[in-house]
Design a protein around this ligand. Structure first.
Ligand SMILES: *[C@@H]1O[C@H](CO)[C@@H](O)[C@H](O)[C@H]1NC(C)=O
Ligand SMILES: *[C@@H]1O[C@H](CO)[C@@H](O)[C@H](O)[C@H]1NC(C)=O
Ligand SMILES: *[C@@H]1O[C@H](CO)[C@@H](O)[C@H](O)[C@H]1NC(C)=O
Ligand SMILES: *[C@@H]1O[C@H](CO)[C@@H](O)[C@H](O)[C@H]1NC(C)=O
Ligand SMILES: *[C@@H]1O[C@H](CO)[C@@H](O)[C@H](O)[C@H]1NC(C)=O
Ligand SMILES: *[C@@H]1O[C@H](CO)[C@@H](O)[C@H](O)[C@H]1NC(C)=O
Ligand SMILES: *[C@@H]1O[C@H](CO)[C@@H](O)[C@H](O)[C@H]1NC(C)=O
Length: 525
Protein backbone atom coordinates (compact mmCIF):
# COMPACT_ATOMS: atom_id res chain seq x y z
CA UNK A 1 0.00 0.00 0.00
CA UNK A 2 2.68 2.38 0.80
CA UNK A 3 6.29 2.55 0.11
CA UNK A 4 7.55 2.62 3.62
CA UNK A 5 5.44 -0.24 4.55
CA UNK A 6 6.56 -2.28 1.62
CA UNK A 7 10.10 -1.35 2.25
CA UNK A 8 9.61 -2.35 5.79
CA UNK A 9 8.17 -5.68 4.88
CA UNK A 10 10.83 -6.41 2.35
CA UNK A 11 13.77 -5.05 4.28
CA UNK A 12 14.79 -8.39 5.68
CA UNK A 13 14.83 -9.99 2.28
CA UNK A 14 16.48 -7.01 0.79
CA UNK A 15 19.38 -7.24 3.15
CA UNK A 16 20.63 -10.09 1.06
CA UNK A 17 19.28 -8.94 -2.25
CA UNK A 18 21.10 -5.88 -3.05
CA UNK A 19 19.42 -2.68 -4.01
CA UNK A 20 21.36 -0.58 -6.39
CA UNK A 21 22.00 2.80 -5.33
CA UNK A 22 24.94 4.86 -4.93
CA UNK A 23 25.60 7.95 -3.05
CA UNK A 24 28.28 10.26 -4.11
CA UNK A 25 30.94 11.89 -2.11
CA UNK A 26 34.27 13.52 -2.65
CA UNK A 27 37.29 14.73 -0.86
CA UNK A 28 39.15 17.69 -2.16
CA UNK A 29 42.56 19.28 -1.73
CA UNK A 30 42.30 22.73 -0.34
CA UNK A 31 44.82 25.41 0.06
CA UNK A 32 46.64 25.80 3.32
CA UNK A 33 50.18 26.17 4.52
CA UNK A 34 52.69 23.62 5.60
CA UNK A 35 52.73 25.08 9.14
CA UNK A 36 55.90 26.97 8.50
CA UNK A 37 55.79 29.90 6.13
CA UNK A 38 55.13 29.30 2.49
CA UNK A 39 58.50 30.51 1.31
CA UNK A 40 60.35 27.84 3.17
CA UNK A 41 58.09 25.13 1.87
CA UNK A 42 58.26 26.16 -1.70
CA UNK A 43 61.95 25.86 -1.24
CA UNK A 44 61.54 22.24 -0.25
CA UNK A 45 58.20 20.70 -1.11
CA UNK A 46 59.62 17.20 -0.80
CA UNK A 47 60.59 17.88 2.77
CA UNK A 48 57.09 19.09 3.44
CA UNK A 49 55.64 15.97 1.85
CA UNK A 50 57.80 13.72 3.97
CA UNK A 51 56.76 15.65 7.01
CA UNK A 52 53.11 15.28 6.08
CA UNK A 53 53.60 11.64 5.25
CA UNK A 54 54.92 11.03 8.74
CA UNK A 55 52.23 13.13 10.37
CA UNK A 56 49.49 11.26 8.54
CA UNK A 57 50.36 8.04 10.28
CA UNK A 58 49.38 9.51 13.62
CA UNK A 59 46.73 11.81 14.95
CA UNK A 60 43.02 12.27 14.64
CA UNK A 61 40.73 13.66 12.00
CA UNK A 62 41.21 17.29 13.00
CA UNK A 63 44.94 16.90 12.81
CA UNK A 64 44.57 15.09 9.54
CA UNK A 65 42.64 17.95 8.01
CA UNK A 66 45.24 20.41 9.21
CA UNK A 67 48.00 18.33 7.70
CA UNK A 68 46.18 17.96 4.38
CA UNK A 69 45.55 21.67 4.36
CA UNK A 70 49.20 22.42 4.89
CA UNK A 71 50.20 20.00 2.21
CA UNK A 72 47.93 21.53 -0.36
CA UNK A 73 49.07 25.07 0.34
CA UNK A 74 52.63 23.90 0.24
CA UNK A 75 52.19 22.24 -3.12
CA UNK A 76 50.34 25.18 -4.60
CA UNK A 77 53.07 27.54 -3.60
CA UNK A 78 55.77 25.42 -5.10
CA UNK A 79 57.38 26.99 -8.12
CA UNK A 80 57.55 24.63 -11.03
CA UNK A 81 58.31 24.80 -14.69
CA UNK A 82 56.23 22.60 -16.96
CA UNK A 83 55.24 19.39 -15.21
CA UNK A 84 56.81 18.07 -12.04
CA UNK A 85 56.09 14.76 -10.39
CA UNK A 86 57.01 14.03 -6.78
CA UNK A 87 56.51 11.30 -4.26
CA UNK A 88 57.36 10.73 -0.64
CA UNK A 89 56.28 7.87 1.59
CA UNK A 90 52.60 7.49 1.08
CA UNK A 91 52.15 10.65 -0.98
CA UNK A 92 52.23 11.12 -4.72
CA UNK A 93 51.97 14.53 -6.32
CA UNK A 94 52.01 16.14 -9.73
CA UNK A 95 52.27 19.84 -10.42
CA UNK A 96 51.48 21.11 -13.88
CA UNK A 97 52.10 24.56 -15.14
CA UNK A 98 52.61 23.76 -18.78
CA UNK A 99 49.27 24.89 -20.09
CA UNK A 100 46.63 24.93 -17.41
CA UNK A 101 43.87 25.97 -19.79
CA UNK A 102 43.82 22.68 -21.70
CA UNK A 103 42.24 19.47 -20.48
CA UNK A 104 44.51 17.18 -18.50
CA UNK A 105 44.62 13.48 -17.89
CA UNK A 106 46.70 12.37 -14.94
CA UNK A 107 47.60 8.74 -14.30
CA UNK A 108 48.87 7.63 -10.93
CA UNK A 109 50.01 4.48 -9.22
CA UNK A 110 51.28 4.11 -5.67
CA UNK A 111 54.68 5.57 -6.54
CA UNK A 112 54.30 8.10 -9.28
CA UNK A 113 51.94 10.39 -11.14
CA UNK A 114 52.32 11.19 -14.83
CA UNK A 115 50.47 12.76 -17.71
CA UNK A 116 50.95 9.56 -19.70
CA UNK A 117 50.00 6.01 -18.81
CA UNK A 118 51.82 4.43 -15.89
CA UNK A 119 52.17 0.76 -15.08
CA UNK A 120 49.87 -0.62 -12.41
CA UNK A 121 47.67 2.42 -12.69
CA UNK A 122 45.39 2.96 -9.72
CA UNK A 123 43.87 6.34 -10.38
CA UNK A 124 43.11 8.33 -13.50
CA UNK A 125 42.00 11.94 -13.20
CA UNK A 126 40.41 13.79 -16.09
CA UNK A 127 40.41 17.53 -15.68
CA UNK A 128 38.26 19.57 -18.05
CA UNK A 129 39.34 22.64 -19.95
CA UNK A 130 38.77 26.06 -18.54
CA UNK A 131 39.60 25.61 -14.89
CA UNK A 132 40.00 29.35 -14.75
CA UNK A 133 43.73 28.90 -14.66
CA UNK A 134 46.03 31.37 -16.29
CA UNK A 135 49.70 30.90 -17.16
CA UNK A 136 50.77 31.75 -13.62
CA UNK A 137 48.55 29.17 -11.97
CA UNK A 138 49.63 25.65 -11.15
CA UNK A 139 47.31 22.66 -11.36
CA UNK A 140 48.01 20.46 -8.35
CA UNK A 141 47.27 16.78 -8.13
CA UNK A 142 48.12 14.81 -5.04
CA UNK A 143 47.24 11.41 -3.77
CA UNK A 144 47.48 10.33 -0.16
CA UNK A 145 47.48 6.65 0.71
CA UNK A 146 46.34 6.14 4.26
CA UNK A 147 47.43 3.23 6.36
CA UNK A 148 44.98 0.62 7.59
CA UNK A 149 44.15 2.18 10.97
CA UNK A 150 43.41 5.61 9.62
CA UNK A 151 40.93 4.35 7.07
CA UNK A 152 38.55 3.55 9.87
CA UNK A 153 38.88 6.29 12.35
CA UNK A 154 37.97 9.51 10.62
CA UNK A 155 34.49 10.85 10.97
CA UNK A 156 32.55 9.85 7.89
CA UNK A 157 29.86 7.24 7.52
CA UNK A 158 32.14 4.57 6.10
CA UNK A 159 35.60 3.20 5.42
CA UNK A 160 37.87 5.04 3.01
CA UNK A 161 38.16 2.73 0.03
CA UNK A 162 41.71 1.54 -0.53
CA UNK A 163 42.83 4.34 1.83
CA UNK A 164 43.09 6.65 -1.15
CA UNK A 165 42.51 10.40 -1.07
CA UNK A 166 42.85 12.34 -4.28
CA UNK A 167 43.43 16.07 -4.01
CA UNK A 168 43.01 18.50 -6.88
CA UNK A 169 43.35 22.25 -6.97
CA UNK A 170 44.53 25.22 -8.94
CA UNK A 171 46.86 27.58 -7.12
CA UNK A 172 45.41 30.95 -6.31
CA UNK A 173 41.89 30.23 -7.44
CA UNK A 174 39.14 28.10 -5.94
CA UNK A 175 37.47 26.02 -8.64
CA UNK A 176 33.78 25.23 -8.36
CA UNK A 177 30.64 25.04 -10.45
CA UNK A 178 32.40 23.46 -13.40
CA UNK A 179 30.41 23.06 -16.62
CA UNK A 180 32.22 19.87 -17.43
CA UNK A 181 32.84 17.67 -14.43
CA UNK A 182 36.21 16.50 -13.25
CA UNK A 183 36.35 12.70 -13.27
CA UNK A 184 38.38 10.68 -10.82
CA UNK A 185 38.49 7.01 -11.70
CA UNK A 186 39.80 4.58 -9.11
CA UNK A 187 40.72 1.01 -10.00
CA UNK A 188 39.14 -1.45 -7.65
CA UNK A 189 41.49 -3.75 -5.85
CA UNK A 190 39.10 -5.30 -3.35
CA UNK A 191 35.53 -6.23 -4.12
CA UNK A 192 32.69 -4.47 -2.41
CA UNK A 193 30.32 -6.91 -0.81
CA UNK A 194 26.61 -7.09 -1.45
CA UNK A 195 25.54 -5.08 1.56
CA UNK A 196 27.82 -2.20 0.76
CA UNK A 197 28.43 0.34 -1.93
CA UNK A 198 30.91 3.10 -2.74
CA UNK A 199 30.11 6.74 -2.16
CA UNK A 200 32.23 9.53 -3.60
CA UNK A 201 32.81 12.29 -1.09
CA UNK A 202 35.03 15.29 -0.63
CA UNK A 203 36.52 16.84 2.44
CA UNK A 204 34.85 20.12 3.28
CA UNK A 205 37.51 22.02 5.16
CA UNK A 206 34.96 24.47 6.56
CA UNK A 207 32.77 21.89 8.22
CA UNK A 208 35.72 19.53 8.71
CA UNK A 209 33.54 16.74 7.42
CA UNK A 210 32.87 14.71 4.32
CA UNK A 211 30.23 15.86 1.88
CA UNK A 212 28.92 14.57 -1.41
CA UNK A 213 27.36 17.76 -2.69
CA UNK A 214 28.02 18.37 -6.37
CA UNK A 215 29.52 14.97 -6.86
CA UNK A 216 28.24 11.79 -8.42
CA UNK A 217 29.33 8.21 -7.93
CA UNK A 218 29.33 6.32 -11.21
CA UNK A 219 29.49 2.67 -10.37
CA UNK A 220 27.61 -0.52 -11.11
CA UNK A 221 28.00 -3.72 -9.21
CA UNK A 222 30.61 -5.96 -10.91
CA UNK A 223 32.33 -2.91 -12.39
CA UNK A 224 36.09 -2.96 -11.70
CA UNK A 225 36.45 0.76 -11.27
CA UNK A 226 34.65 3.58 -9.49
CA UNK A 227 34.30 6.99 -11.10
CA UNK A 228 33.64 10.11 -9.12
CA UNK A 229 32.32 12.95 -11.25
CA UNK A 230 32.43 16.29 -9.49
CA UNK A 231 31.83 19.93 -10.32
CA UNK A 232 34.59 21.40 -8.18
CA UNK A 233 38.11 20.69 -6.98
CA UNK A 234 39.15 19.55 -3.49
CA UNK A 235 40.19 16.33 -1.75
CA UNK A 236 38.12 13.43 -2.95
CA UNK A 237 37.80 9.94 -1.66
CA UNK A 238 35.51 6.96 -1.95
CA UNK A 239 33.83 5.81 1.21
CA UNK A 240 32.42 2.33 1.48
CA UNK A 241 29.04 2.68 3.09
CA UNK A 242 26.16 0.35 3.79
CA UNK A 243 23.78 0.20 0.88
CA UNK A 244 20.74 2.27 1.62
CA UNK A 245 17.81 3.58 -0.33
CA UNK A 246 18.81 6.80 -1.98
CA UNK A 247 17.04 9.62 -0.17
CA UNK A 248 15.64 11.08 -3.35
CA UNK A 249 14.19 7.75 -4.43
CA UNK A 250 12.73 7.31 -1.00
CA UNK A 251 11.17 10.73 -1.16
CA UNK A 252 9.67 10.11 -4.58
CA UNK A 253 8.34 6.74 -3.51
CA UNK A 254 6.94 8.34 -0.42
CA UNK A 255 5.05 10.89 -2.53
CA UNK A 256 3.77 8.19 -4.86
CA UNK A 257 2.54 6.38 -1.79
CA UNK A 258 0.81 9.41 -0.36
CA UNK A 259 -0.94 10.18 -3.62
CA UNK A 260 -1.68 6.52 -4.27
CA UNK A 261 -3.11 5.96 -0.81
CA UNK A 262 -5.31 9.03 -1.07
CA UNK A 263 -6.55 7.99 -4.50
CA UNK A 264 -7.15 4.52 -3.16
CA UNK A 265 -9.12 5.79 -0.19
CA UNK A 266 -11.18 8.00 -2.45
CA UNK A 267 -11.90 5.16 -4.87
CA UNK A 268 -12.70 2.77 -2.09
CA UNK A 269 -15.12 5.21 -0.47
CA UNK A 270 -16.92 5.65 -3.79
CA UNK A 271 -17.11 1.88 -4.12
CA UNK A 272 -18.76 1.69 -0.71
CA UNK A 273 -21.18 4.45 -1.73
CA UNK A 274 -22.06 2.58 -4.91
CA UNK A 275 -22.61 -0.53 -2.89
CA UNK A 276 -24.93 1.22 -0.46
CA UNK A 277 -26.93 3.02 -3.11
CA UNK A 278 -27.41 0.12 -5.51
CA UNK A 279 -29.82 -2.55 -4.53
CA UNK A 280 -28.44 -4.88 -7.18
CA UNK A 281 -25.03 -4.77 -5.56
CA UNK A 282 -26.36 -5.43 -2.12
CA UNK A 283 -28.25 -8.48 -3.34
CA UNK A 284 -25.17 -9.92 -5.02
CA UNK A 285 -23.01 -12.31 -3.03
CA UNK A 286 -19.92 -11.52 -5.10
CA UNK A 287 -20.32 -7.84 -4.42
CA UNK A 288 -20.55 -8.57 -0.73
CA UNK A 289 -17.27 -10.40 -0.95
CA UNK A 290 -15.72 -7.49 -2.85
CA UNK A 291 -17.03 -4.95 -0.39
CA UNK A 292 -15.42 -6.90 2.46
CA UNK A 293 -12.08 -6.61 0.72
CA UNK A 294 -12.81 -2.94 0.19
CA UNK A 295 -13.42 -2.51 3.91
CA UNK A 296 -10.18 -4.28 4.74
CA UNK A 297 -8.33 -2.00 2.32
CA UNK A 298 -9.98 1.09 3.79
CA UNK A 299 -8.90 0.00 7.26
CA UNK A 300 -5.38 -0.57 5.99
CA UNK A 301 -5.15 2.79 4.23
CA UNK A 302 -6.71 4.69 7.11
CA UNK A 303 -4.22 3.22 9.54
CA UNK A 304 -1.26 3.40 7.26
CA UNK A 305 -1.52 7.00 6.09
CA UNK A 306 -1.00 8.60 9.52
CA UNK A 307 1.35 5.88 10.77
CA UNK A 308 4.51 7.94 10.56
CA UNK A 309 2.77 10.93 12.13
CA UNK A 310 1.47 8.87 15.04
CA UNK A 311 4.92 7.38 15.56
CA UNK A 312 6.28 10.91 15.83
CA UNK A 313 3.75 11.80 18.55
CA UNK A 314 5.51 9.52 21.06
CA UNK A 315 2.26 8.44 22.69
CA UNK A 316 2.84 4.85 23.59
CA UNK A 317 -0.72 3.59 23.89
CA UNK A 318 -1.76 5.28 20.64
CA UNK A 319 1.22 3.71 18.92
CA UNK A 320 0.35 0.25 20.21
CA UNK A 321 -3.21 0.70 18.98
CA UNK A 322 -1.99 1.84 15.56
CA UNK A 323 0.41 -1.08 15.38
CA UNK A 324 -2.32 -3.57 16.26
CA UNK A 325 -4.79 -2.00 13.83
CA UNK A 326 -2.25 -1.84 11.03
CA UNK A 327 -1.20 -5.44 11.47
CA UNK A 328 -4.80 -6.59 11.74
CA UNK A 329 -5.96 -4.70 8.67
CA UNK A 330 -3.02 -5.92 6.62
CA UNK A 331 -3.75 -9.50 7.58
CA UNK A 332 -7.46 -8.94 6.91
CA UNK A 333 -6.60 -7.58 3.46
CA UNK A 334 -4.57 -10.68 2.74
CA UNK A 335 -7.22 -13.06 3.96
CA UNK A 336 -9.92 -11.31 1.92
CA UNK A 337 -7.70 -11.44 -1.13
CA UNK A 338 -7.48 -15.20 -0.64
CA UNK A 339 -11.24 -15.41 -0.13
CA UNK A 340 -11.75 -13.50 -3.36
CA UNK A 341 -9.71 -16.17 -5.08
CA UNK A 342 -11.71 -18.90 -3.44
CA UNK A 343 -14.98 -17.23 -4.32
CA UNK A 344 -13.90 -16.83 -7.91
CA UNK A 345 -13.11 -20.49 -8.04
CA UNK A 346 -16.55 -21.42 -6.79
CA UNK A 347 -18.17 -18.97 -9.16
CA UNK A 348 -16.49 -19.99 -12.38
CA UNK A 349 -15.35 -23.53 -11.88
CA UNK A 350 -18.17 -24.88 -9.84
CA UNK A 351 -20.63 -22.44 -11.45
CA UNK A 352 -22.46 -22.11 -8.18
CA UNK A 353 -23.93 -25.55 -8.44
CA UNK A 354 -23.02 -26.18 -4.90
CA UNK A 355 -24.99 -24.60 -2.15
CA UNK A 356 -23.16 -23.57 0.97
CA UNK A 357 -25.25 -22.69 3.96
CA UNK A 358 -24.56 -19.23 5.33
CA UNK A 359 -21.82 -18.86 2.78
CA UNK A 360 -21.11 -15.22 3.45
CA UNK A 361 -21.10 -15.68 7.20
CA UNK A 362 -18.57 -18.44 6.87
CA UNK A 363 -16.39 -16.33 4.61
CA UNK A 364 -16.58 -13.45 7.08
CA UNK A 365 -15.60 -15.65 9.97
CA UNK A 366 -12.49 -16.66 8.05
CA UNK A 367 -11.81 -13.20 6.59
CA UNK A 368 -12.08 -11.23 9.81
CA UNK A 369 -11.51 -14.03 12.30
CA UNK A 370 -8.21 -15.49 11.14
CA UNK A 371 -6.39 -12.14 11.34
CA UNK A 372 -7.86 -11.58 14.81
CA UNK A 373 -6.60 -14.97 15.91
CA UNK A 374 -3.13 -14.25 14.54
CA UNK A 375 -2.95 -10.85 16.21
CA UNK A 376 -4.18 -12.32 19.50
CA UNK A 377 -1.59 -15.07 19.31
CA UNK A 378 1.18 -12.55 18.73
CA UNK A 379 0.01 -10.54 21.76
CA UNK A 380 -0.23 -13.65 23.92
CA UNK A 381 3.23 -14.83 22.94
CA UNK A 382 4.91 -11.45 23.22
CA UNK A 383 3.17 -8.56 24.97
CA UNK A 384 5.75 -6.12 23.70
CA UNK A 385 5.35 -7.20 20.08
CA UNK A 386 3.65 -3.98 19.02
CA UNK A 387 5.10 -0.50 19.11
CA UNK A 388 7.74 1.71 17.53
CA UNK A 389 9.86 0.12 14.90
CA UNK A 390 12.21 1.65 12.33
CA UNK A 391 11.23 1.51 8.69
CA UNK A 392 14.74 0.43 7.81
CA UNK A 393 16.05 -2.15 10.25
CA UNK A 394 19.66 -1.29 9.39
CA UNK A 395 19.04 2.26 10.59
CA UNK A 396 17.43 1.94 14.04
CA UNK A 397 17.41 5.70 14.60
CA UNK A 398 15.73 6.45 11.27
CA UNK A 399 12.07 7.07 10.53
CA UNK A 400 9.85 4.96 12.75
CA UNK A 401 6.35 3.65 12.26
CA UNK A 402 4.08 1.82 14.65
CA UNK A 403 4.01 -1.83 13.75
CA UNK A 404 5.15 -5.26 14.89
CA UNK A 405 8.48 -4.82 16.63
CA UNK A 406 9.17 -8.51 16.99
CA UNK A 407 11.01 -9.38 13.79
CA UNK A 408 10.17 -13.08 13.93
CA UNK A 409 6.49 -12.39 14.45
CA UNK A 410 6.52 -9.86 11.65
CA UNK A 411 8.29 -12.18 9.23
CA UNK A 412 6.13 -15.19 10.02
CA UNK A 413 2.82 -13.34 9.90
CA UNK A 414 3.34 -10.91 7.04
CA UNK A 415 5.82 -12.68 4.79
CA UNK A 416 4.27 -16.06 5.52
CA UNK A 417 0.80 -14.75 4.85
CA UNK A 418 1.82 -12.97 1.64
CA UNK A 419 3.45 -16.18 0.38
CA UNK A 420 0.44 -18.31 1.19
CA UNK A 421 -2.09 -15.91 -0.29
CA UNK A 422 0.02 -15.38 -3.36
CA UNK A 423 0.45 -19.08 -3.97
CA UNK A 424 -3.22 -19.77 -3.33
CA UNK A 425 -4.38 -17.02 -5.64
CA UNK A 426 -2.01 -17.92 -8.42
CA UNK A 427 -3.45 -21.44 -8.34
CA UNK A 428 -6.99 -20.09 -8.26
CA UNK A 429 -6.24 -17.73 -11.12
CA UNK A 430 -4.71 -20.57 -13.13
CA UNK A 431 -7.75 -22.76 -12.64
CA UNK A 432 -10.03 -19.85 -13.49
CA UNK A 433 -8.18 -18.94 -16.66
CA UNK A 434 -8.30 -22.55 -17.80
CA UNK A 435 -12.01 -22.60 -17.16
CA UNK A 436 -12.54 -19.35 -19.06
CA UNK A 437 -10.60 -20.67 -22.04
CA UNK A 438 -12.53 -23.91 -22.18
CA UNK A 439 -15.80 -22.01 -21.86
CA UNK A 440 -14.84 -19.78 -24.79
CA UNK A 441 -13.79 -22.70 -26.91
CA UNK A 442 -17.22 -24.21 -26.45
CA UNK A 443 -18.81 -21.10 -27.89
CA UNK A 444 -18.50 -18.96 -30.94
CA UNK A 445 -15.87 -16.48 -30.02
CA UNK A 446 -16.29 -12.89 -30.92
CA UNK A 447 -14.27 -9.79 -30.42
CA UNK A 448 -16.34 -8.29 -27.66
CA UNK A 449 -16.30 -11.41 -25.56
CA UNK A 450 -12.52 -11.56 -25.83
CA UNK A 451 -12.30 -8.00 -24.61
CA UNK A 452 -14.64 -8.89 -21.83
CA UNK A 453 -12.40 -11.76 -20.89
CA UNK A 454 -9.43 -9.48 -20.72
CA UNK A 455 -11.36 -7.09 -18.49
CA UNK A 456 -12.50 -9.94 -16.33
CA UNK A 457 -8.95 -11.19 -15.91
CA UNK A 458 -7.66 -7.71 -15.22
CA UNK A 459 -10.26 -7.20 -12.56
CA UNK A 460 -9.61 -10.60 -11.11
CA UNK A 461 -5.90 -10.00 -10.92
CA UNK A 462 -6.51 -6.71 -9.22
CA UNK A 463 -8.86 -8.17 -6.69
CA UNK A 464 -6.59 -11.06 -6.00
CA UNK A 465 -3.78 -8.72 -5.26
CA UNK A 466 -1.47 -10.22 -7.83
CA UNK A 467 0.28 -6.90 -7.54
CA UNK A 468 1.53 -8.05 -4.19
CA UNK A 469 3.14 -10.90 -6.01
CA UNK A 470 4.85 -8.50 -8.36
CA UNK A 471 6.38 -6.94 -5.26
CA UNK A 472 8.08 -10.18 -4.46
CA UNK A 473 10.14 -9.96 -7.55
CA UNK A 474 10.66 -6.23 -7.62
CA UNK A 475 14.21 -6.14 -6.36
CA UNK A 476 15.29 -3.47 -8.79
CA UNK A 477 14.54 0.18 -8.25
CA UNK A 478 12.32 0.23 -11.32
CA UNK A 479 10.47 -2.81 -10.01
CA UNK A 480 9.94 -1.06 -6.72
CA UNK A 481 8.37 1.88 -8.46
CA UNK A 482 6.01 -0.35 -10.44
CA UNK A 483 5.13 -2.23 -7.29
CA UNK A 484 4.54 0.96 -5.38
CA UNK A 485 2.33 2.50 -7.98
CA UNK A 486 0.30 -0.65 -8.55
CA UNK A 487 -0.21 -1.22 -4.87
CA UNK A 488 -1.06 2.34 -4.12
CA UNK A 489 -3.61 2.25 -6.90
CA UNK A 490 -5.11 -1.07 -5.97
CA UNK A 491 -8.01 0.59 -4.22
CA UNK A 492 -8.63 2.80 -7.20
CA UNK A 493 -8.58 -0.14 -9.60
CA UNK A 494 -11.12 -1.87 -7.42
CA UNK A 495 -13.30 1.21 -7.70
CA UNK A 496 -13.04 1.06 -11.51
CA UNK A 497 -13.98 -2.57 -11.26
CA UNK A 498 -17.10 -1.66 -9.33
CA UNK A 499 -18.09 0.92 -11.89
CA UNK A 500 -17.55 -1.55 -14.72
CA UNK A 501 -19.63 -4.15 -12.93
CA UNK A 502 -22.35 -1.60 -12.47
CA UNK A 503 -22.38 -0.68 -16.15
CA UNK A 504 -22.39 -4.32 -17.10
CA UNK A 505 -25.31 -5.01 -14.78
CA UNK A 506 -27.24 -2.08 -16.21
CA UNK A 507 -26.56 -3.19 -19.76
CA UNK A 508 -27.65 -6.72 -18.94
CA UNK A 509 -30.82 -5.39 -17.34
CA UNK A 510 -31.53 -3.29 -20.42
CA UNK A 511 -31.04 -6.29 -22.67
CA UNK A 512 -33.42 -8.36 -20.61
CA UNK A 513 -35.97 -5.57 -20.77
CA UNK A 514 -35.59 -5.55 -24.55
CA UNK A 515 -36.55 -9.17 -24.37
CA UNK A 516 -33.45 -10.13 -26.26
CA UNK A 517 -32.26 -13.66 -26.00
CA UNK A 518 -28.89 -13.51 -24.43
CA UNK A 519 -26.59 -16.37 -23.79
CA UNK A 520 -25.94 -16.39 -20.10
CA UNK A 521 -22.27 -17.14 -19.72
CA UNK A 522 -20.67 -17.46 -16.35
CA UNK A 523 -21.79 -14.77 -14.05
CA UNK A 524 -18.45 -13.16 -13.72
CA UNK A 525 -18.10 -10.10 -11.60
C1 LIG B 1 54.08 17.24 11.85
O1 LIG B 1 54.08 17.05 13.24
C2 LIG B 1 55.10 17.77 13.94
C3 LIG B 1 55.02 17.42 15.40
O2 LIG B 1 54.01 16.50 15.66
C4 LIG B 1 54.89 19.27 13.70
O3 LIG B 1 55.93 20.00 14.31
C5 LIG B 1 54.92 19.56 12.21
O4 LIG B 1 54.66 20.92 11.98
C6 LIG B 1 53.87 18.71 11.51
N1 LIG B 1 53.96 18.94 10.09
C7 LIG B 1 52.91 19.22 9.35
C8 LIG B 1 53.16 19.38 7.90
O5 LIG B 1 51.77 19.30 9.79
C1 LIG C 1 43.17 -0.20 -13.99
O1 LIG C 1 44.13 -1.21 -14.25
C2 LIG C 1 44.27 -1.56 -15.62
C3 LIG C 1 45.29 -2.68 -15.71
O2 LIG C 1 46.39 -2.40 -14.91
C4 LIG C 1 44.67 -0.36 -16.46
O3 LIG C 1 44.72 -0.72 -17.81
C5 LIG C 1 43.65 0.75 -16.27
O4 LIG C 1 44.04 1.90 -16.95
C6 LIG C 1 43.51 1.06 -14.78
N1 LIG C 1 42.47 2.05 -14.58
C7 LIG C 1 42.63 3.09 -13.75
C8 LIG C 1 41.46 3.97 -13.58
O5 LIG C 1 43.66 3.29 -13.15
C1 LIG D 1 33.50 13.27 -16.95
O1 LIG D 1 32.46 12.33 -17.14
C2 LIG D 1 31.27 12.93 -17.62
C3 LIG D 1 30.21 11.86 -17.66
O2 LIG D 1 30.73 10.61 -17.97
C4 LIG D 1 31.52 13.57 -18.98
O3 LIG D 1 30.35 14.19 -19.45
C5 LIG D 1 32.62 14.59 -18.85
O4 LIG D 1 32.94 15.12 -20.12
C6 LIG D 1 33.85 13.97 -18.23
N1 LIG D 1 34.82 15.00 -17.96
C7 LIG D 1 36.04 15.00 -18.51
C8 LIG D 1 36.95 16.10 -18.11
O5 LIG D 1 36.41 14.12 -19.28
C1 LIG E 1 30.14 -7.25 4.14
O1 LIG E 1 31.17 -6.58 4.84
C2 LIG E 1 30.83 -6.23 6.16
C3 LIG E 1 31.97 -5.42 6.75
O2 LIG E 1 33.20 -5.77 6.22
C4 LIG E 1 30.58 -7.50 6.97
O3 LIG E 1 30.21 -7.16 8.29
C5 LIG E 1 29.44 -8.26 6.32
O4 LIG E 1 29.24 -9.48 6.99
C6 LIG E 1 29.79 -8.54 4.86
N1 LIG E 1 28.61 -9.14 4.23
C7 LIG E 1 28.67 -10.18 3.40
C8 LIG E 1 27.41 -10.68 2.82
O5 LIG E 1 29.75 -10.73 3.15
C1 LIG F 1 31.50 23.35 2.95
O1 LIG F 1 30.50 23.57 3.92
C2 LIG F 1 30.10 24.93 4.02
C3 LIG F 1 29.12 25.02 5.16
O2 LIG F 1 28.12 24.03 5.07
C4 LIG F 1 29.47 25.36 2.70
O3 LIG F 1 29.07 26.70 2.77
C5 LIG F 1 30.51 25.20 1.59
O4 LIG F 1 29.93 25.48 0.34
C6 LIG F 1 31.03 23.76 1.56
N1 LIG F 1 32.13 23.66 0.63
C7 LIG F 1 32.04 22.99 -0.52
C8 LIG F 1 33.25 22.95 -1.36
O5 LIG F 1 31.00 22.42 -0.84
C1 LIG G 1 29.66 14.36 9.01
O1 LIG G 1 28.56 14.25 8.10
C2 LIG G 1 27.82 13.08 8.28
C3 LIG G 1 26.72 13.07 7.24
O2 LIG G 1 27.20 13.47 6.03
C4 LIG G 1 27.24 13.06 9.70
O3 LIG G 1 26.54 11.84 9.89
C5 LIG G 1 28.35 13.16 10.71
O4 LIG G 1 27.80 13.25 12.01
C6 LIG G 1 29.19 14.40 10.44
N1 LIG G 1 30.32 14.43 11.38
C7 LIG G 1 30.66 15.53 12.04
C8 LIG G 1 31.83 15.40 12.92
O5 LIG G 1 30.02 16.56 11.92
C1 LIG H 1 20.73 5.54 18.03
O1 LIG H 1 20.52 6.40 19.13
C2 LIG H 1 21.06 5.93 20.36
C3 LIG H 1 20.69 6.88 21.48
O2 LIG H 1 20.10 8.04 20.97
C4 LIG H 1 22.58 5.79 20.23
O3 LIG H 1 23.13 5.29 21.43
C5 LIG H 1 22.90 4.85 19.09
O4 LIG H 1 24.29 4.80 18.88
C6 LIG H 1 22.22 5.31 17.81
N1 LIG H 1 22.46 4.32 16.78
C7 LIG H 1 22.79 4.63 15.53
C8 LIG H 1 22.99 3.51 14.59
O5 LIG H 1 22.91 5.81 15.16
Amino acid sequence: MTVYFLQFIFTETRMTWCLHWWLVQFLICHAMTCNADAEEISADPRHCMEDVSTNLTKGDFQNFIKVIDSLQKGLENTNVMGTTSMSAGNLVALLNKANPSTSLKIHANNNEAKLEAVSNSKVIVQLPKGLGAGPTNTVVFCMVILNEQNRLTWGGPGLIYDGRLVGLSVSGTPVSGLQECVNITINMTTTINETQEPMCVFLNFTTKNYSSEGCQTLWERDQTYITCSCDHLTYFTVLIVNSSPSPSNQKILSYITLIGCSLSLFGLSIAVLLFITHKKFRADVSMKVHISLVFALILLNVHFLPSEMVAALSSNSLCVYMALALHYSLLATFSWMALEGFHLYLLLVRVFNIYIRRYLLKLSVVGWGVPAVIVSLVVIIDQTAYGYTPVDSSNPNGTAICYVTNTTAMMVTTMGMICLVFLFNVIMLGVTVRRLISLRQGQETNRSSTTKDIFTLLGISTLLGITWGVGFFSVTTAGQYVFCILNSLQGFLIFLWFVMSLRKAQKAAAEIRNDTQTTSGPKSK
